[in-house]
Write a protein that binds this ligand. Structure first.
Ligand SMILES: [Mn+2]
Length: 413
């Protein structure tokens, strides 16, 4: 990464940090993702802004849901900072900002097209820095912290942990801004190199000498699995002070809950079978995974595949009901379902040979037609949200589109 791009990014961050410090307000709300990159971002921002004299409030969320925005953007919240999400929702966010409030988005996902004058965005992608590889959200947050004060180098270790959570460290190496912060953390003794595992060579003394991957798994157990019991609060504290007994016990308890819920659901599937429509197999756990976060259904689809319950060449679809209450934002009306998509190993081979359509070809089209929206869509894994009453329609559409693709003679695209 060349020096010019880095300098432009850091200059923009200086301007952004100065605009907060110069504002008359000293209370700030931090809205961020609940995965490891989001949690470390939230922790870095909390710590640096507290040192700079702000009172902070963290609101970890699973995603930007339009229904959350009125609950987030109340007139009392004059300063709101989004981290690790928000860039792609800048349009809808900007429509909820009350007069006299300031909103800043520090994201690393490719931002939405267009300009949104009611808010300020600082995103590495705007400066030619690759947000998928060179700069996790935690690195963005850490640059913001270093713009507040060059003395906050101790936060760099958390930035590297965020990069690991987002799979931006490969074979123990980081590129770009992630790599810059990794060097900083090692130089300051906040990460210790030399662990025997070549893929995970750094130990994090604050996390009781876990390596970075173990620290990532620990944060996920708290903040992702334990989201609906406010486990994200424990994860944020663990980032800043190290895991305490309560956090350790909670992570063990949540792992137990996941085992129990998944086991019970698999038993049910062995008894009654999966739903089937052409190449689609599906299951609906309704609210039986509560209090596990909404990532659980994707993990469970993978479990179904490992277990062999979806043998053969199939698209595997799982539904998990969206809880009507968010632990940080209260109750919401409207009934929605999270949907996760995976493929069996046999189908994956057919897709790779260009014989069957991948999920990017199948999912967005079908989801759009039932009035839902795709959250993340990759070739072999995808997730979305749809209205509760459209589940059957979605399965029907997926099956029809898959069939059309075969009769139309699928060409690799
Ligand atoms: Mn991220």
């Amino acid at each position: 990464m060349d020096k010019i791009r880095l300098k432009n990014f850091r200059d923009a961050m200086k301007t952004a940090a100065a605009s907060l410090v110069d504002s008359p307000f000293r209370e700030i709300t931090l809205v961020h993702h609940n995965d490891t990159d989001g949690i470390t971002s939230g922790a870095i921002l909390r710590q640096s802004l507290m040192r700079a004299g702000f009172a902070t409030e963290n609101i970890p969320i699973e995603r930007v849901h339009p229904a959350f925005l009125p609950a987030i953007h109340t007139p009392e919240r004059r300063l709101i900072l989004y981290a690790d999400l928000g860039g792609q929702a800048a349009d809808v966010i900007s429509r909820h900002i009350p007069d006299g409030s300031r909103v800043m988005i520090l994201d690393h996902h490719l931002p939405a097209e267009g300009s949104f004058p009611r808010l300020l965005q600082v995103n590495p992608e705007q400066f030619g820095i690759d947000g998928d590889r060179e700069c996790a959200a935690a690195a963005v947050a850490c640059c913001f912290a270093l713009a507040l004060s060059g003395e906050y180098e101790d936060l760099a270790a958390l930035a590297v942990l965020g990069a690991v959570g987002d799979h931006q460290m490969a074979e123990g190496r980081c590129d770009g801004l992630n790599g810059f912060l990794l060097k900083m953390a090692v130089r300051n003794g906040d990460l210790i190199p030399g662990c025997a595992d070549a893929a995970n060579p750094y130990l994090f003394p604050r996390f009781q000498n876990r390596n970075l991957q173990e620290a990532d798994q620990f944060l996920s157990a708290l903040a992702v699995n334990g989201y609906y019991r406010r486990g994200a609060d424990l994860a944020l504290d663990a980032c800043l002070k190290g895991p305490d007994d309560r956090a350790l016990a909670f992570s063990v308890e949540l792992a137990g809950i996941q085992r129990e819920r998944f086991g019970r659901e698999l038993t049910r599937i062995h008894r009654t079978g999966l739903g089937r429509d052409g190449e689609i197999v599906w299951t609906d756990v309704e609210d039986r995974f509560y209090p596990l976060g909404l990532k659980a259904i994707g993990l469970f689809c993978e479990e179904i595949i490992r277990d062999g319950a979806a043998d053969g060449d199939h698209y595997v679809v799982g539904f998990q009901r969206f809880p009507g209450e968010n632990p940080y934002l209260g109750r919401f009306s409207g009934r929605e379902t999270k949907v996760s998509f995976r493929v069996t190993p046999g189908l994956k081979c057919s897709i790779e040979r260009g014989e069957r359509p991948d999920l990017m070809r199948l999912v967005p089209q079908a989801v759009h037609q039932v009035g839902g929206f795709a959250e993340a869509c990759h070739r072999f894994a995808a997730g979305c949200t749809i209205p509760e009453e459209r589940k059957t329609d979605l399965i029907r559409l997926l099956s029809d589109i898959a069939t059309e693709c075969s009769s139309a003679g699928l060409t690799a695209s």
